[in-house]
Design a protein around this ligand. Structure first.
Ligand code: SF4
Ligand code: SF4
Length: 428
């Protein structure tokens, strides 16, 4: 079956040039677990090629291999001829959506995720579950042990919920402490606002403390990564236009985010809207301003914290920070500015943790296999804390730690910095 000519499809050089060298197999987490060509980047490229050439039907089985990819980008990085199997897998999901649109995806990402107020309402039961003491009761009575394994793991990944989403309480403008040297736009990600409010509040405190006036537009929508992961590229463009316009109106010098996934998506807006004459230039200008918070802080004169944190700390590289944004030194350097921290490298720190957004839900077995390896590596460090700048990774690591009953705290690097500032003040 040949595909309609009108379909926007991956460029041929994205898959035709594969020389089948197999280098990508050595870095692929799904191939490492199954040793099966079909679960490898090379296998996915071959399947995509046959599907696009009309030699194979774009069947649910073929598309499933595209969804089984963790989008960790390790294959894109290592390929000697520039094939991007991870990108191709995501594009194939888009092709399938164009041919056979799934109504529920549009309803989920366009109707719910796109509207912050609806997301806040939809997650209210989670906040009540914790705030009314139900979670405490579940753990005190050991009820969670009766949950089916996957539900138990999904419950375990829930962080401590804020009373209200941060979007509702954070002021639109947070003045710099002292002289203001920069106007920083803060992109508050959905998961940060809903689940990691205290972390992002810490990020804003740290920025303000370091002479930044922080502007947080309240009407930002999701960065678009969840929609992209499910082939909804038209929706991603909608998200991008909304967010670009909001930050243009805020006239900021840079746009900072403390979510690795959001950061990698925002930096891609220029490419995503490159074919739209009205938006191409604006999107490129916006993306050029985007910085991960650790990247930004290490580029300005940063106040050294006076407080000490006595802890052995290790670090997990989020794929969308290390590979998509090439940011890996800055979070390490930032944490090592704090006196008392005994930093230890995590073996295979740049291997995926198995989260990939929703793989613990959609590909539970594989996600756990990948997570198990991460936990073995974590155990070998004897660390008391593991830092990571991505909410998805943090939740996945929390699940792994609870499964293994390890005594390790999961933190964001900027939260550590904020703690060190606070300890320094109380010690004075
Ligand atoms: S995708 Fe790249 S690394 Fe993988 S087999 Fe093809 S050419 Fe080699
Ligand atoms: S992105 Fe990661 S999981 Fe997907 S094919 Fe590449 S290496 Fe494998």
């Amino acid at each position: 079956m040949s595909l309609p000519a009108s379909l926007i499809r991956p460029q041929e050089d994205e898959y035709l040039n594969c020389i089948r060298c197999g280098l990508c197999l050595a870095v692929c987490p799904t191939y490492r677990e199954y040793k099966n060509e079909i679960a490898s980047p090379r296998g996915r490229v071959a399947l995509a090629r046959k599907g696009l050439d009309g030699e194979l039907e774009l069947s649910p089985n073929l598309i499933e291999q595209m969804y089984a990819c963790f989008d960790c980008l390790a294959c894109d990085e290592i390929c000697p001829v520039g094939i991007k199997p991870a990108e191709l897998a995501v594009e194939m999901r888009h092709v399938q959506e164009k041919l056979n649109p799934a109504g529920w995806k549009n309803a989920l990402f366009g109707g719910l995720v796109k509207v912050p107020g609806r997301m806040e309402l939809a997650t209210l039961p989670l906040r009540l579950y914790q705030k009314l003491g139900l979670r405490w009761l579940v753990y005190t009575l050991g009820i969670q042990k009766l949950f089916p394994g996957q539900l138990r793991d999904m419950e375990a990944m829930l962080p401590h919920q804020p009373t209200r989403p941060l979007r509702q309480v954070l002021p639109e403008t947070t003045p710099a402490k002292g002289e203001s040297r920069q106007r920083v736009g803060f992109f508050l990600g959905c998961v940060q606002s809903l689940m990691f409010a205290e972390e992002s509040a810490a990020t804003v405190r740290v920025l303000a403390r370091n002479n930044c006036t922080v502007i947080t537009p309240k009407d930002t929508t999701c960065c678009g990564m969840p929609a992209a992961g499910y082939g909804q590229m038209d929706l991603v463009k909608d998200h991008a236009r909304t967010n670009i316009e909001l930050f243009e109106n805020s006239t900021v010098d840079v746009v900072v985010t403390d979510c690795a996934t959001c950061g990698s998506m925002l930096k891609d807006y220029g490419e995503i809207l490159a074919d739209e004459p009205e938006w191409a230039e604006r999107a490129a200008a916006f993306s050029a301003k985007v910085r991960d918070v650790s990247e930004f802080l290490m580029s300005i004169p940063l106040e050294k914290p006076r407080g000490r944190i006595e802890a052995r700390v290790t670090y997990h590289d989020p794929c969308h920070l290390r590979r998509a944004q090439k940011v890996w030194q800055q979070p390490r350097e930032l944490m090592q500015m704090i006196d008392g921290i005994d930093f230890i490298e995590l073996p295979e720190s740049d291997w995926c943790c198995g989260s990939a957004g929703s793989q613990l839900i959609s590909h539970y077995e594989t996600s756990l296999k990948v997570l198990d390896r991460k936990m073995e590596n974590l155990k070998s460090t004897d660390a008391e804390m593991i830092a990571s700048g991505c909410p998805g990774c943090q939740m996945q690591l929390t699940t792994g730690i609870k499964r293994r009953k390890l005594d390790v705290e999961v933190v964001h690097p900027i939260s550590l910095l904020d703690r060190a500032y606070t300890c320094g003040e109380t010690a004075e």
